[in-house]
Design a protein around this ligand. Structure first.
Ligand code: SF4
Length: 290
């Protein structure tokens, strides 16, 4: 598997902006934060604009929260912008402006979870740590055990154990990236392209899985629109209007400031405030944090 993967990766790896050499840990940090809940294609489109606005970690740390949230436009899940900003400030104040290369130090930074710490250690610094995202989990689950349907996966702790045990020494960067590329290009969630996959000869599940049967995901909605989209629309509104009341926001978002709309919007406002994405004045007007 290692030989096949290496050969394939050397010729076919995806040329992504955050993989350019020499690797820039700041760019890896920003890209991995964006990739947490956003598709690769969208991050590729928005990352250059963000880096133009904040070319260095110092520039990002020195910006206002509102500027960072404004530059996050188009990515959604704005609390990630808040986390990234806090993280940049902590790196400047505690690590002299250098993104740490050690998993344990990375984990202590605000907004850096297990996955992102591993991704930065491996992709920015070639540390030999396993990085298990959804793509890698799918590839390893299917390669090492027969999966009856496209929906089936091995339990995450099992996949993590496998990922650690098969990681080649010195391969922290290429190995993890190669598995991610295979997951993205061939071993897709639905209708995997096993006939074209370079791992097909030894893969336990190649060509054997029944189509996916999982029901579509349900998420909370209001007026038929997912709450997550309303959150994004509210932040978008505050990028254009500052110091605006909840009732005015309801009017602009729903075309009506009815008590029901305002009450519901207040619950969204409270959540965004707790996350540090928006602030409100004593008289209840909303704004992005300065
Ligand atoms: S052969 Fe099919 S199931 Fe196996 S890793 Fe490749 S795409 Fe996935």
């Amino acid at each position: 598997m290692r030989r096949q993967l290496r050969r394939w990766f050397d010729r076919n790896q995806r040329a992504l902006l955050w993989r350019r050499e020499p690797r820039e840990p700041y760019i890896v940090l920003v890209a991995e934060t964006m990739l947490q809940q956003t598709q690769v294609e969208r991050v590729e489109a928005i990352l250059p604009r963000f880096l133009e606005r904040f070319p260095t970690l110092d520039a990002l740390a020195g910006a206002s929260r509102a500027e960072v949230i404004a530059a996050w436009q188009g990515l959604g899940y704005n609390r990630r912008a808040v986390h990234l900003h806090r993280c940049a400030q902590a790196i400047v104040s505690d690590h002299g402006g250098i993104v740490p290369d050690d998993y344990a130090l990375l984990r202590r930074l605000p907004g850096i979870g297990d996955y992102t710490a591993r991704a930065i250690a491996a992709f920015a610094y070639k540390r030999d740590v396993a990085v298990v995202d959804v793509n890698v989990r799918r590839v390893l689950s299917r390669f090492f055990a027969v999966q009856p349907t496209e929906t089936d996966l091995l339990p995450l702790p099992t996949v993590r154990e496998i990922a650690e045990s098969v990681l080649p020494r010195g391969g922290g960067r290429w190995w993890n990236e190669a598995l991610m590329d295979i997951g993205s290009l061939y071993c897709r969630r639905r209708a995997p392209k096993c006939t074209d996959c370079p791992l097909a000869r030894r893969c336990a599940s190649a060509g054997r899985m029944a189509p996916s049967v999982s029901p579509p995901k349900r998420e909370p909605t209001y007026c038929g629109v997912p709450r997550r989209l309303w959150r994004g629309r509210l932040v978008e509104l505050l990028r254009r209007h500052s110091m605006i009341s909840v009732a005015s926001c309801a009017q602009l978002l729903f075309g009506s400031a009815s008590r029901r709309h305002v009450a519901w919007l207040e619950s969204v406002v409270a959540q965004l405030q707790r996350e540090g994405v928006i602030v409100s004045t004593a008289d209840g007007r909303l704004d992005l944090p300065k």
